[in-house]
Design a protein around this ligand. Structure first.
Ligand SMILES: NC(=O)c1ccc[n+]([C@@H]2O[C@H](COP(=O)([O-])OP(=O)(O)OC[C@H]3O[C@@H](n4cnc5c(N)ncnc54)[C@H](OP(=O)(O)O)[C@@H]3O)[C@@H](O)[C@H]2O)c1
Length: 285
């Protein structure tokens, strides 16, 4: 049995490999990376590394040869039409190489979020092949919001967003990676879709309370408008394009589009890393 993992040099892919190594021998895992040099450290773990670029169908077909299962991690390409083409390249190469099961990392409740159209397109592309699939519809990464930059919030006593009081169903990358490894090494996940979100969504008011508790300093959440938030982020030194995306994600939360919840993640992995634990790690990092 060979499990191929794309995006192996990325954050989610790296964590998925770590979890897979706890479940199957390294000889059953193949890391597919666009840069073999970047993936060199993985070979040291006994994992075979093969070169495969989402823009190069031939490289993907070659990388997927003799594979049984594929963890297809979505591309980080920002140009969505190009991303659709890249994903179609992966799906076609998987079919041509005879892959029997594709686990694809999309986005939770994709039909509710305009920025998740690429993931819907990819899910439909996979369905056209009749290959068995599992749609791992990942929630937003908690680390996008809970990371060492919170130390600056502790210093100035505020977390400023344009989320109002709405909640977000974000979860840690490691929990999502464990869910992927569980699906790829377990049974009964064929032709299923899982919305892998928190079963206990949290607001930024909640986050401020937890940060106050962990740091021992008072931190409050202040909600502002989209434009104000964007300007604050730019003034703090964030590049304008990233500030725009961040304020847009907060707006999506404010619209209630990242509040829906399921128990899918909890059922797959048996737990969910609490926000407090992520805050402790972020403030230590
Ligand atoms: N759920 C969420 O909140 C959320 C947020 C952001 C992104 N995402 C999606 O989830 C994916 C995984 O997240 P992540 O945090 O692990 O992202 P990441 O750390 O940026 O990793 C992305 C991976 O995709 C690989 N990749 C990019 N272009 C490629 C190409 N042309 N051919 C082959 N591989 C290519 C990268 O290779 P290199 O190492 O060579 O760059 C890297 O291994 C992202 O790519 C994105 O689609 C989800």
């Amino acid at each position: 049995m060979k499990i191929m993992v794309t995006g192996a040099t990325g954050q989610l892919g790296g964590l998925a490999l770590q979890h897979l190594l706890q479940k199957v021998p390294a000889s059953h895992i193949v890391a597919v990376a666009r840069s073999s040099e970047k993936a060199a450290a993985l070979a040291g773990l006994g994992i075979e590394v093969r070169q495969g670029d989402y823009n190069d169908p031939e490289s993907l077909r070659n990388a997927f040869r003799d594979g049984n299962k594929l963890l297809f991690i979505s591309s980080s390409e920002p140009d969505d039409p190009l991303r659709v083409v890249q994903h179609a390249n992966v799906v076609k190469a998987a079919r041509d190489a005879g892959i029997k099961h594709i686990a694809y990392t999309g986005f939770a409740f994709a039909e509710d979020n305009p920025f998740a159209l690429v993931h819907l397109a990819t899910e439909y592309a996979i369905r056209t092949t009749n290959i068995m699939y599992t749609f791992l519809r990942n929630g937003g990464y908690a680390e996008f919001f809970i990371n060492p930059s919170l130390k600056a919030n502790v210093e100035n006593g505020t977390i400023v967003t344009n989320t109002n009081k709405r909640k977000v169903n974000a979860v840690s990358r490691s929990d999502l990676a464990l869910a992927a490894a569980t699906v790829l090494t377990g049974e009964g996940h064929e032709n299923k879709e899982y919305n892998l979100v928190s079963n206990d969504p949290w607001s930024f008011d909640d986050l401020a309370e937890i940060v106050s508790e962990v740091s021992g300093k008072s931190v409050v959440h202040q909600s502002v408008s989209f434009e104000e938030e964007k300007n604050i982020l730019v003034q703090s030194g964030m590049p304008e394009s990233f500030a725009q995306i961040t304020a847009f994600i907060y707006d999506t939360i404010a619209a209630g589009n990242m509040e829906r919840t399921t128990d899918d993640l909890h059922k797959l992995i048996g737990f969910q890393t609490p926000v407090k634990e992520l805050v402790i790690k972020a403030l230590q990092g």
